[in-house]
Design a protein around this ligand. Structure first.
Ligand code: DHB
Ligand code: FE
Length: 314
């Protein structure tokens, strides 16, 4: 059976991608951001997922105002990087997992979530920036370390899905993954945010208090977050802060009680607060895991390496 071993939350700021692509990661401004992901990359190397599901939003790269699916699942074998205006990012083509993706589409749609099936789709920074943050910089002619299933969510044009809908979709995705017969280790990413507003009179808005409380509740009380209406995101986290509902898809796909093994928060990167969290499912298998202990010695070592939890505020 396939199983979701962990959820990863990460901002997807495009300027982070530009810093990687233009060799600026050692500059003090960017080093502050990238140093927060070093332990996460070690965690990822140890976790070695067979597949990643990346929940992200397209920024008018694959879709335009002409066509706006609420939830679009990438079922293709390959997803080329999109041309975001300055040309496609120099990252490898993302290899998909059509068999698992089609299985998820079937299970989730029969569970009454109306996904759009995408058999051809380009992917932008919303997806490739968090992948770089967790997998590291990867040469354009090389390969990402595992197949990836993109799930694009509309958070660009009103009305985006509610946080509750996202949380419940996460649960349906988990059920789908667990009914897939192959023994696959799956990680799920929720991307976007944290608080930010890019235009209008409140451009530059960042609300660290809101962000930190969101991360606390994501870890310990996600059902509270699932009740937050759109207007609260807009008011407290800025117009683009609504991207944070995507983290609830990731959280819905995890156990009710999870182990928070890593957290990072820094302000600013470009116009946003950068947030990052790694939450591990306890039911990774075995008795120890069911008692709430790390499932294996290997898992314990990875969790210990990722600690101490590091939180940087303004
Ligand atoms: C910025 C952040 C985003 O998440 C995004 O998708 C686009 C722009 C920014 O900081 O400018
Ligand atoms: Fe964004």
């Amino acid at each position: 059976m396939a199983r979701i071993i962990a959820g990863i939350g990460s901002s997807h700021v495009p300027a982070i991608g530009a810093a990687i692509d233009n060799g600026k990661t050692e500059e003090p401004y960017w080093k502050r951001v990238f140093s927060g992901f070093e332990k996460s990359q070690a965690w990822m190397r140890e976790a070695k997922p067979d597949v990643a599901i990346v929940v992200y939003n397209d920024h008018a790269s694959a879709f335009s105002v002409e066509m706006i699916p609420t939830f679009a699942l990438g079922c293709a074998a390959q997803f080329p990087p999109a041309d975001e205006g300055w040309g496609p990012r120099p990252v490898p083509v993302v290899e998909g997992h059509p068999a698992l993706a089609s299985h998820i589409a079937q299970s989730v749609i029969l569970d009454e979530f109306d996904l759009t099936i995408c058999n051809k789709m380009e992917v932008d920074h919303g997806m490739t920036v968090p992948m770089n943050l967790l997998f590291g910089k990867i040469d354009k002619n090389s390969h990402w370390p595992c197949p990836v299933i993109p799930l694009a969510v509309n958070v660009v044009m009103y009305p985006p899905p509610t946080g509750h809908r996202c949380y419940m979709l996460g649960k349906a995705i988990r059920k789908a993954v667990e009914s897939y017969p192959d023994d696959l280790k799956v990680v799920i990413f929720g991307t976007g945010g944290l608080s930010h507003q890019i235009s209008g009179p409140r451009a530059g808005l960042i609300n660290s208090k809101w962000d930190k409380s969101f991360l606390d509740n994501l870890s310990k009380a996600p059902r509270k977050l699932a009740k937050i209406p759109h207007v609260d995101y807009m008011r407290e986290a800025g117009a683009e802060g609504i991207e944070m509902v995507m983290w609830l898809i990731m959280r819905g796909a995890l156990d009710d009680k999870v182990d928070e093994v890593y957290r990072f928060y820094t302000v600013p990167a470009s116009n946003t607060a950068v947030g990052h969290i790694i939450l591990e499912n306890r039911k990774r298998g075995g008795k120890a895991a069911r008692k709430g202990k790390p499932a294996t010695a290997k898992h314990k070592r990875a969790a210990a390496r990722a600690k101490p939890t590091q939180v940087r505020g303004r």
